[in-house]
Ligand binder design. Structure first.
Ligand code: ATP
Length: 403
């Protein structure tokens, strides 16, 4: 008998989400559509993990189905993507669901985005475009078999055995971002990769001929994986040779070391600290299409790593060395070099500020712009050596200097 996850739906999804799914179910029957929960939500229901997104696949045209729901005022359509035949829809109580039409995909260039070649195919045909067996499960939402798991790829067996398995031998060649996804899932759900999947991954990583791939896709996956801030993800990346994908050397760093620093110094983009430790190929950094702030992390890291260290012989020089560099880059620099000056800066020096400003110095009698700059720098030097602490001391110091 087919496995039915109705009880898990009742246990794990809120009453409001259940009501929304029931509404979809009734209307799917009414309008003659077959609809299914698909992918991550099925996996997470089975594993009894937290559910983040609700993805529904419609055997046929998802946009048509959503319009029919919207016409009956059951939902509002937020966004339609004609190219992919998908719709994002919001229901009562702000419940959002992504609807996709079943589709088959084709990879005209390995490693680049696929092209949808046929919409409205059968669920079975749709399932084969997916990444892993555990992400290729569906749950029927139609009334006659509500809750029934449709498993064309033995995904339930793999979930039970905690095995991560690709659907076919070309999987990583078609889309290497699946390697990142796989390690992310393995770390998140304590899965082991089946031997053949492991071999396929190693084979792909060892060919070293994959610079021409969609790095923005890899970036998205990496960002998600490292945003989990789970040290195991980083360790798994290194034990599985992910640095090879980035044409980088294997750094001698543990995930926990990174996480501890992140917790202590709270950078805005923790995922970039993890990534910065394994990414340094200029071409790939360009291909990642980073935002300006993200780019600055890598530019700062480069500046720090290529600087002449003999000058780091006083607090003042350490301050100047790290000043205006992003916290992420200072952390990456520390992780890669273990230079204690980086921590001295973060721990102590970065908190030191000159309290007087240009206006204050003018009021104290220094009018020349260049002289103001020089005086602020002198005060800073004094503060960094600890001979000046308070604002009153700064004023006193300026007065003695003017004399
Ligand atoms: P998460 O909880 O991390 O969001 P998820 O499985 O829902 O997990 P999504 O990135 O939202 O992850 O993808 C939804 C589904 O789309 C996946 O379960 C999988 O079936 C399919 N999918 C996503 N990315 C790929 C990919 N690169 N190749 C093949 N199938 C993919």
């Amino acid at each position: 008998m087919a496995l039915n996850l109705k009880d898990k739906i009742e246990k794990q999804l809120s009453k409001d989400v259940q009501k929304t799914l029931k509404d979809c179910s009734e209307n799917a029957d009414l309008f003659g559509f077959k609809i299914y929960l698909i992918g991550g939500i099925v996996r997470d229901l089975f594993l009894e993990k937290e559910i983040f997104d609700i993805d529904v696949t419609v055997e046929g045209n998802a946009i048509d189905f959503c319009h029919k729901l919207a016409d009956k005022k059951i939902c509002k359509i937020l966004q339609v993507q004609d190219k992919l035949n998908t719709a994002k829809v919001v229901f009562d109580k702000n419940i959002e669901i992504d609807f996709a039409s079943t589709r088959q995909e084709f990879y005209p260039r390995h490693g680049h985005l696929p092209v949808a070649v046929r919409f409205g195919c059968t669920l079975q045909e749709d399932v084969y475009r997916r990444d892993f067996t555990i992400n290729s499960l569906a749950i029927s939402l139609n009334k006659n078999n509500f809750g029934e798991v449709i498993d064309y790829v033995d995904g339930i067996k793999d979930l039970k055995n905690k095995t991560l398995k690709v659907l076919h031998d070309n999987s990583f060649v078609e889309d290497p971002s699946r390697i990142i996804r796989g390690l992310k899932f393995a770390a998140r759900f304590n899965l082991h990769r089946d031997e053949h999947t492991k071999l396929l991954q190693e084979k792909y990583q060892n060919i070293q001929l994959h610079k021409d791939i969609s790095w923005t896709r890899i970036k998205n996956e990496i960002k998600q994986a490292f945003s989990l801030d789970n040290p195991k993800v980083f360790d798994m990346f290194l034990t599985n040779g992910i640095e090879k994908i980035f044409y980088a050397n294997k750094p001698d760093i543990k995930g926990l070391e990174i996480k501890t620093l992140i917790e202590k110094y709270q950078p805005d983009f923790p995922w970039l600290v993890y990534l910065g430790c394994i990414l340094d190929d200029k071409e790939i950094i360009d291909a990642f299409c980073f935002t300006r702030t993200e780019k600055k992390v890598f530019a700062d890291k480069d500046t720090l790593l290529s600087a002449n260290l003999s000058m780091l012989n006083s607090n003042y020089h350490i301050y100047k060395f790290f000043q205006k560099k992003s916290i992420e880059s200072v952390l990456i620099y520390y992780l890669l070099t273990k230079r204690k000056e980086a921590l001295i800066y973060l721990e102590k020096l970065s908190k030191i500020r000159v309290e007087l400003n240009g206006e204050d110095l003018k009021n104290l009698g220094i009018t020349n712009g260049k002289k103001i700059g020089e005086m602020l720098d002198k005060i800073l030097k004094k503060k960094l050596t600890g001979t000046i602490v308070k604002k009153a001391d700064e004023i006193k110091f300026v007065k003695t200097q003017i004399k």
